[in-house]
Design a protein around this ligand. Structure first.
Ligand code: HEC
Length: 150
């Protein structure tokens, strides 16, 4: 009977510890704090982005996007060159805006389509295009370098 009691106590301890861990790890993944007005993640310099980027369109224009730093840089360049964001001339301010976007709206696994299935794992395609046929013919003749991705 004593051994049973010890076993129960031990089980409860193990459960307690693992629950503790679970709580801790779910805390780490908890949602970031968001501004109720704009829905923007509240992080360093978020107000600078708000002040400059929601004048012409809703914040959803950029909040629904995900991108690397260079993608965000090109979005901001595009806004400056073609869309009328003419007042953003301070490179330091621009840097901060791009950094906020790149850090808080970076590509995440869940937001991307899965990687395409390799052509070798796919069934034969009955709708092979002319381009594909030409590629296959050239490949068969050894005219396509081996390291070319399909
Ligand atoms: C002066 C007005 C103006 C400002 C300020 C502005 N934008 Fe835009 N933005 C536009 C316009 C106009 C479009 C639509 C362009 C099109 O579709 O041809 C657009 C489109 C976008 C898109 C594209 C959405 C899509 O569906 O592809 C993103 C992303 C974006 N803006 C981000 C930003 C960011 C980030 C900022 C701040 C640095 C910003 N914008 C500031 C005018 C502005």
């Amino acid at each position: 009977m004593k051994i049973m009691k010890q076993l129960v106590t031990f089980t409860i301890m193990v459960l307690g510890v693992s629950l503790g861990f679970a709580a801790e790890s779910s805390e780490e993944k908890s949602e970031p704090e968001r501004d109720p007005m704009t829905g923007m993640i509240i992080a360093e310099d978020w107000e600078l982005v708000r002040n400059n980027c929601i004048i012409c369109h809703s914040p959803q224009q950029f909040l629904r996007q995900r991108g690397t730093r260079s993608t965000w840089q090109s979005v901001v360049d595009w806004m400056q060159k073609d869309q009328g964001l003419v007042w953003l001339v301070d490179p330091e301010l621009e840097e901060k805006i791009v950094t906020y976007l790149a850090e808080n709206y970076a590509p995440e696994a869940g937001n991307y389509r899965r990687a395409p299935i390799s052509a070798t794992l796919m069934p034969p395609n009955p709708y092979v295009s002319e381009t594909r046929k030409e590629f296959e013919e050239k490949k068969a003749k050894g005219l396509i370098p081996k390291d070319v991705k399909e």
